[in-house]
Ligand binder design. Structure first.
Ligand code: COI
Length: 366
């Protein structure tokens, strides 16, 4: 096995001033501002992973023939760094993200970055940019971490690239949706599928998100925040939203989410909610869910709440489901329902260090 990588650090001479950074952290939005530095590591077929560095955040130099620009050989992760009350900085279940990153890499014929180097890359960035982690507040403020890997070899043939670049960038984050905790509305997309059997649906690759965008446009045109994707064969079984997993809450305490079918992203938040459910007096179920079960259950009152979940979305309540020819509303329109609210608070309390980490899900970054 290769030795763990060591990172050289080139601090930028012109970091953002304390005053400008404070203004950004006061109102970060999502994905709009970036920290002073980034991590970059190179992989080549001959030399493996090498040249690990922390360097100034800025444009990458890429040959116009770089394979990623043509064949989308790319994967990424979404994680967050949280500041605890004592000033320390932590992340949530990084080994789960490292494992998924390795599985995504295998599916996209990219090299695997060892878990130890994946974790070291986050720590290396946080060593220099920890001032960018917002103070623990009442909300969900954090520093969003985006590790990604792409084919950087300059070559137009279709084969796995012999040169690959891995980076980590970081972006201070508030709520993903501009309405914050205000429940969102969803559009059932019948025209487009996100993924199919044997495809890349369970990998976290840019191509899946590109494939979701036409449906996202369709959803926006109908006044909705996200689209719900159904299976590509029968157009019947719920899979996930454009960028997050989905849970339904039943009035008898069942908490149901679509089973991982090979075309659904294995969300770390999804998995954590399933593992926390029993402790919250809920009965977790992973199974196929017919879209008509949701429509009819919401109409009859059998389904009382629904929520989207993901690293970026945390737990975002859903209030309306729309489709070509109809719609149904359920749960509160201005706030999370009681179950979604409780799950969201349980997760955030854990991530922000407000309760004991009995499950050992947190790893210190700085
Ligand atoms: C995440 O939740 O981290 C994602 O990558 C989803 C994306 C919509 C931001």
């Amino acid at each position: 096995m290769a030795n763990p990588l060591t990172f050289t650090v080139n601090q930028r001479p012109d970091p953002v001033s304390d005053e400008d950074r404070a203004a950004i952290l006061a109102k970060p939005g999502f994905g709009k501002f970036f920290t002073d530095h980034m991590v970059q590591i190179t992989w080549t077929k001959d030399d493996g992973w090498h040249d690990a560095k922390v360097t100034a955040y800025g444009p990458l130099q890429l040959d116009p023939s770089a394979a990623v620009l043509h064949y989308a050989q790319e994967i990424f992760e979404g994680m967050k760094a949280y500041r605890h009350a004592d000033g320390s900085v932590w992340t949530f279940r990084p080994e789960a993200n490292a494992g998924r990153f390795a599985r995504s890499a295998a599916r996209l014929a990219l090299p695997q970055l060892p878990e130890v180097d994946f974790l070291a890359s986050l720590k290396a960035l946080l060593q220099v940019d920890q001032a960018w982690v917002p103070d623990a507040g009442a909300g969900e403020e954090s520093l969003y971490l985006r590790p990604f890997m792409f084919a950087s070899e300059a070559f137009l043939g279709v084969r796995p690239a012999a040169k690959v670049t891995y980076c980590v960038i970081a972006s201070p984050a508030g709520a993903y949706f501009s309405g914050g905790l205000k429940p969102i509305s969803l559009w059932i997309s019948k025209q487009f599928s996100r993924a199919g059997i044997g495809g890349t649906g369970s990998a976290k690759c840019g191509g899946n998100y590109a494939a979701s965008l036409a449906a996202q446009t369709e959803a926006s045109e109908h006044g909705c925040d996200q689209s719900v994707f159904l299976d590509s064969i029968e157009q019947k079984w719920i899979e996930e939203l454009g960028g997050m997993n989905i849970f339904l809450v039943y009035k008898d305490g069942r908490l149901v989410t679509p089973a991982l079918s090979g075309s659904i992203l294995e969300g770390v938040t999804r998995k954590s909610i399933l593992e926390l459910a029993k402790g919250l007096d809920l009965q977790p179920e992973e199974r196929r869910i017919d879209i008509d079960e949701w429509r009819q259950g919401a109409e009859s009152g059998e389904i009382t709440e629904a929520f989207a979940c993901g690293t970026a979305a945390v737990v975002t309540p859903v209030h309306r489901l729309l489709w070509d020819g109809g719609e149904v509303s359920f749960g509160p329109s201005d706030d999370a329902g009681p179950v979604a609210g409780r799950i969201r608070q349980t997760l955030l309390d854990l991530q922000l260090g407000k309760v004991d980490d009995e499950l050992g899900w947190l790893t210190r970054l700085a």
